[in-house]
Design a protein around this ligand. Structure first.
Ligand SMILES: C[S@@+](CC[C@H](N)C(=O)[O-])C[C@H]1O[C@@H](n2cnc3c(N)ncnc32)[C@H](O)[C@@H]1O
Length: 186
């Protein structure tokens, strides 16, 4: 099944459970850095992180392949009068994105891995802007995790990918098998 159909089915199920989307815990801890501006949430899902950033005075562009997720976020943002612009888009075709370089104060990706997005992310972020990413990595204690290895980072990968940036937070949690980075473009 194509990613749009697969994720639409998952989100339809989740919405039946009336789950309220929550922001990423490590992102929440970074509040002192989050001063508002423009933000882009790539593969936003139901938009827990977008909602969190919008409440902190960010004007958020949110992108996901699932139109179910995008529609859900659109309605929630309208009801709460939050500045979020959700958009259905397949990130494997980034030519369709058409965003301007150096236009975001913050770009965020959580639990979506497509390494071809890194050059785009680097170009879209303004000087002194921030990048936050968290997803699975190949941790020895999570070999039995249901997530396929093709969707996992190497150990230390984000640190190496953003080595020219100012790293403000980096963590590999071996038990949960997650890698998190928060860095600033210099
Ligand atoms: C594990 S979820 C993470 C959602 C959200 N970032 C979060 O942390 O809650 C992965 C997301 O990637 C989206 N996705 C999968 N393939 C995609 C693609 N080709 N283009 C855009 N989004 C995609 C899915 O629809 C889903 O919302």
């Amino acid at each position: 099944m194509d990613p749009r159909g697969k994720w639409n089915d998952k989100y339809k199920e989740r919405l039946n459970e009336l789950m309220v989307p929550a922001p990423n815990t490590r992102l929440k801890n970074l509040i002192p850095y989050l001063k508002g501006g423009t933000a882009l949430d790539l593969a936003c899902g139901l938009g827990g992180n977008s909602l969190f950033l919008a409440q902190l005075n960010y004007k958020v562009d949110a992108v996901d392949v699932s139109d179910v997720a995008v529609q859900f976020l659109q309605t929630l943002a309208e009801n709460r009068k939050l500045s979020i612009q959700p958009r259905q888009c397949d990130l494997t075709d980034i030519t369709a994105l058409n965003y301007r370089n150096n236009s975001y104060d913050m770009v965020i990706i959580t639990y979506y891995l497509d390494r071809t997005l890194f050059p785009l992310v680097k170009a879209l972020i303004k000087e002194n802007g921030y990048f936050f990413m968290e997803t699975y990595y190949l941790s020895t204690s999570t070999e039995n995790q249901t997530v396929s290895d093709q969707y996992k980072l190497q150990s230390g990968e984000l640190l190496n990918e953003f080595k020219d940036w100012n790293i403000l937070f980096y963590e590999e949690n071996q038990l949960d098998g997650r890698q998190t980075i928060f860095c600033k473009k210099v």
